[in-house]
Write a protein that binds this ligand. Structure first.
Ligand SMILES: [Mg+2]
Length: 190
């Protein structure tokens, strides 16, 4: 199971994300527990535009990520995530070293394929869960089942990428209001 971070695991606060005020998306813990129980690998795939824009350093972002993951692990009493992939590259980055139209940046599927290789995943039996059409496109291009979690960015335009795609042509396989609604979908699959 692939999870986007902002808007999927936690409320998307962008640059204002305060590690002491992290709010988890409804149903997250139920979903993670259910996925673990069913032996799914749990992998985070997140674009970190704020690094490319120079608003946070790679290190700051990594520390914040670790805080989020640690809170989740503590809450569930287990080590939840198998891997976190983040992409700091952006075609219009302010930081030169990150100015790159990367195959690893969603809507491109690079992070998912990287995980597939690492964990030998069956992508047809994998889920990509996200709140933006970029997540859905990335999941779709990787051949995954795609699930959109309800949120304020559901209808936002496809983020900057050289990928030429008409977003109207790509729709999620499922739309859910709460993350726990994914559990029955999971059960149908296995
Ligand atoms: Mg998101």
């Amino acid at each position: 199971m692939f999870l986007d971070r902002d808007g999927t695991i936690i409320i998307d606060k962008g640059i204002n994300l305060n590690p002491n005020k992290i709010i988890f998306i409804e149903g997250l813990f139920q979903l993670l527990k259910a996925a673990k129980k069913r032996s799914f690998k749990i992998i985070v795939v997140t674009n970190q535009t704020i690094v490319s824009k120079g608003l946070k350093t790679y290190r700051e972002m990594k520390i914040l990520n670790d805080i989020i993951l640690k809170k989740i692990n503590t809450k569930l009493g287990i080590s939840v995530f198998d891997r976190v992939y983040f992409c700091p590259f952006h075609p219009n980055a302010n930081i030169n070293r990150y100015k790159f139209d990367s195959y690893f940046r969603k809507p491109q599927p690079g992070m998912l394929f990287k995980a597939q290789k690492k964990f030998n995943l069956d992508l047809k039996k994998s889920f990509m869960v996200g709140d933006r059409i970029s997540d859905i496109v990335a999941g779709n291009l990787a051949g995954c089942i795609t699930i959109m979690i309800k949120g304020k960015y559901n209808k936002s335009k496809l983020i900057e990428s050289s990928l030429k795609i008409n977003k109207e042509t790509i729709q999620p396989n499922y739309r859910v209001n709460k993350l726990e609604d994914i559990i029955p979908i999971m059960d149908d699959l296995i």
